[in-house]
Structure formats: structure tokens, C-alpha cells
Write a protein that binds this ligand. Structure first.
Ligand code: HAM
Length: 429
């Protein structure tokens, strides 16, 4: 005897039953609508990428522990994309001569990471990616943050009540390291450790930083503990990076979109070079970033030629779903047909299908219940599927060409010929 197969999906990925699909569609619709409202164009790519795309500039954690990588039949190393940024950089670099810059692109890819699963973390998730290429100025960073905020607004969420935006700057961190004369190795180690600051106690963090930075530890800690851009060390304030971050924070405030300075926002990816940010869910059950991004001015350089500056973010569907449910902001529009044609007997199925086709041709979405169930049961099922109207089709209706349509919500009825009903249903939306 063979073992029965499990009906469970592969570990860490989801099936999307119609009710889940309705939620997903709602979220994607708001994402697409807002991105396009900001003048972003859609792009897409395959989930398969050559493994080498991620080797030099993605995060160490993702490369060493989280990629799904395999060797194909032609002996190539292939990775299921764990993020979209290297892909979009590859695509922009590949068409650098043809494209008109600045480029504003968005996509909603599914991404794969072999993660330890927990709330908000799965092995396949979808992520809205919005990126601008070709603007070497803080105005693009501001534009990206305005878009990020607008998306939340379009979900009915309020900045400061439901979510908060935190910003920092990799460039500013480099300025700090310059003032402390840290070598490249110490910089990389200190940055990676800082990225994990919230995952350990203060004493452990300090002890580890001491091993990396020695005498400079106190200054690094002062910087990382600053809760306001005004209190960073004076030497750091004399830099372009500081002026840039200050401009960003002030401009965002003027536009009514406050963002707060948080020097512990590092972002794990090695490609970030400037402003970095995260949008955090303020609900106590969801202490996670929903969105993260930043400026990466050298990534396209991997493909040769002058690097094209880039800035963008990724916004995850799993964390967004938790956010909308926790804050009671979820509204879904379950798509169901407008009309169900219900033959009284399976002998009438073909007549029902022909009739349904006429309604569909007139633009009315129509399903047919082809089962042998009793008609009362069919009406109840149509109601449970949120179908608006039911048309029961028996011998009398077929012979007379006159039909009765029942409004399943109101309980009222309409009668008439096919054309009369089409007219009325079309008017009722
Ligand atoms: P990321 O911070 O790795 O950034 O991901 C962005 C968001 O995707 C996270 O804040 C989180 O909501 C969601 N996310 C990430 N991993 C998972 C997971 N395993 N399960 C569920 N949700 C997840 C990036 O990926 C950058 N490439 C974003 C970017 C675009 N930077 C510039 N442009």
C-alpha cells in the first residue's frame, strides 16, 4: 500500500484559498494603485537567478543560511530569488543605454528565504518593491518615503498611531568611523554587530563592540544610543551625510510625514550606501519592520560601467496582513459572481449553460450550479458564496422564455425576458 500524500503545503509556504486570495488581491491592488499614482511603472522577472548574483553584495546571513540554491541539469548554480534588488539592478544595468533616467519602477515578486519560521517570517513571501534609479540627490530619498507613507495612508493607517518610520544613514556611520580611524575590517564587523543590537542585552553588545573597536567603543555607543539627530557627536555633524539626513527629516516633517532618527537602523544588506529606513508596526503583537529600504549607489556597478544610483524599499505581504488585521484596518472585497443560474434538474444543465453565456456576453459575471443538489440547497450555497442574484431554471422557464431572478440579499424578485433582466441587472451594477 502506498502512503497517502499530505494535503499540507511545503513547510513555510502558504496555499491561497479564495478567502486568502481576496485579502492578497486587496493588498496588491492598493500597492499597485499607489505606486502607479506616483508614476511608477511595473516590471517583473523570473524567480530563478544565477547564484553568483547574490554573492558579493547581499547580506551574509541570507547567503550563508537562507538561500534556496541548487545545481541545474546543465551544472549551473541557480538561486530562487531571496530579494528583488539585485534583479532590478541587473535589469537596469542591462538596458542602461536605452532607458530614460530617472527610472521609477515597481514590482510585486514572490521571494524565497530558508528562515526560522515565526510570526511575520515565512519561507515564501511577496514584497512590493519600488525603486528609483538615476537620482543622486536626497530628493529621491524623500520621494520614496512619501510614497511609502502614502501606501499606509491608502490602507487607512495613521503615521504615529499605527506605524512609525525610522531613518538613519550608512554614510553617516562611515563618517563616524572616519572620525574614530577604524579600519575596513573593524567597520564591517561593527556594522554587522550593530545590525544585531536589539537581539542581545546591552552588556553583551558592549563587550562584543569592545573587542572590535577597542578605545573607540564609547563613541560608537554614544552614536548608536542617540535618540535625536541633534545629539550625535559634533565631529559627525560637520559632514554632508549629516546635512543630507537633517534635510530629509526636516522636509518630511514639513510635508506632514514625520520620520524619526534611529541610528540602530542598519539594514543587513551590504549594498546600502546612504539613507536607510524601516517602517515599524506599532501594535504590541507585531514588533517587526513591515518595510525596509535605502539608498544603494554602487550595486549596478557589479555589471560594469559607471554605477547608477538607486534607492527603494521592499514591503512584505505577511507583515502587512498581520498589521491590517491587528489594527482592524482589513477590508476585503471577496470577488463572487453577480448571478448564479440554478437548473432544477441536471437535464436542464445545458440550457442553463446557454442562458448563463447570454448573461456573461452582456457583461454580467455568472456561475452555473451543475450539481444534482436540490434547488433550495443550491440557493443557500449561492448566498453563502456572496452571489447577488439567483435564477432558478426549470421546464416552465425554458418553455416560456421568461425568468425570475431573486435578490439573495434583499429577498426581492425581478421577472422578465432575458433582455429585460440583462437591462435591469446591468442597471443594478
Ligand atoms: P528586507 O528588509 O529584507 O529588504 O525585506 C523587506 C520587508 O519584507 C521586511 O520588512 C518584511 O516585512 C518582509 N520580509 C522579509 N523577509 C521576510 C520573510 N521571510 N517572511 C515574511 N516577510 C518578510 C529587502 O528585501 C530589500 N531588498 C528591500 C529594498 C528594495 N531595498 C531597496 N530596494
Amino acid at each position: 500500500m502506498t502512503n497517502k500524500l499530505s494535503t499540507d503545503p511545503y513547510k513555510g509556504v502558504r496555499d491561497f484559498y479564495p478567502e486568502d486570495m481576496a485579502v492578497q488581491r486587496y493588498m496588491f491592488d492598493v500597492w499597485r494603485m499607489t505606486a502607479e499614482h506616483f508614476g511608477f511603472e511595473a516590471y517583473d522577472a523570473s524567480v530563478l537567478e544565477p547564484a553568483e548574483l547574490y554573492r558579493s553584495k547581499t547580506s551574509e546571513e541570507i547567503i550563508n543560511e537562507q538561500t534556496y540554491t541548487f545545481t541545474d541539469r546543465g551544472d549551473r548554480e541557480v538561486t530562487l530569488r531571496p530579494e528583488m534588488t539585485p534583479t532590478v539592478a541587473r535589469m537596469v544595468a542591462g538596458r542602461r543605454r536605452e532607458l530614460t533616467f530617472p527610472v521609477r519602477w515597481y514590482s510585486i515578486p514572490n521571494l524565497f528565504r530558508y528562515e526560522r519560521m515565526q510570526r511575520g517570517r515565512l519561507r515564501e513571501h511577496w514584497q512590493l518593491n519600488c525603486d528609483i534609479f538615476g537620482v543622486d540627490d536626497v530628493s529621491a530619498d524623500i520621494e520614496i518615503l512619501l510614497l511609502a507613507n502614502e501606501i499606509f495612508k491608502n490602507f487607512g493607517a495613521e503615521n504615529g498611531t499605527h506605524y512609525a518610520i525610522y531613518v538613519s544613514s550608512r554614510k553617516l556611520l562611515e563618517v563616524l568611523y572616519d572620525t574614530l580611524d577604524l579600519d575596513t575590517q573593524a567597520r564591517t564587523a561593527a556594522t554587522r554587530l550593530s545590525d544585531r543590537k536589539n537581539k542581545m542585552g546591552a552588556d553583551e553588545f558592549k563587550a562584543k563592540m569592545q573587542l572590535i573597536c577597542g578605545g573607540a567603543t564609547a563613541d560608537v555607543l554614544t552614536f548608536l544610543n542617540a535618540d535625536n539627530i541633534d545629539v550625535v557627536p559634533e565631529a559627525v555633524k560637520e559632514s554632508d551625510a549629516y546635512t543630507e539626513l537633517q534635510t530629509l527629516i526636516a522636509t518630511m516633517k514639513e510635508t506632514g510625514t514625520p520620520v524619526a532618527f534611529d541610528p540602530t537602523i542598519i539594514r543587513g544588506f551590504d549594498y546600502y550606501t546612504g539613507i536607510v529606513f524601516e517602517v515599524v508596526d506599532l501594535h504590541p503583537e507585531n514588533n517587526r519592520a513591515m518595510m525596509g529600504g535605502g539608498r544603494y549607489d554602487n550595486l549596478t556597478g557589479l555589471f560594469g560601467g559607471e554605477p547608477i544610483p538607486g534607492i527603494g524599499f521592499g514591503f512584505g505581504d505577511v507583515t502587512l496582513r498581520d498589521f491590517l488585521i491587528s489594527h482592524e484596518l482589513m477590508t476585503t472585497d471577496i470577488t463572487s459572481p453577480q448571478l448564479a443560474v440554478l437548473p432544477t434538474d441536471t437535464e436542464n444543465n445545458v440550457a442553463a449553460q446557454k442562458l448563463a453565456q447570454n448573461f456573461r456576453n452582456a457583461g454580467i459575471s455568472t456561475s452555473v450550479d451543475l450539481s444534482p443538489k436540490k434547488v433550495g440547497k443550491k440557493i443557500a450555497n449561492a448566498g453563502a458564496q456572496f452571489i447577488d442574484y439567483a435564477l432558478v431554471l426549470g421546464e416552465d422557464e425554458i418553455a416560456s422564455g421568461t425568468y425570475t431572478v431573486k435578490d439573495l440579499l434583499e429577498g426581492s424578485e425581478l421577472s422578465g425576458t432575458l433582455q429585460e433582466l440583462i437591462d435591469q441587472l446591468s442597471n443594478n451594477g
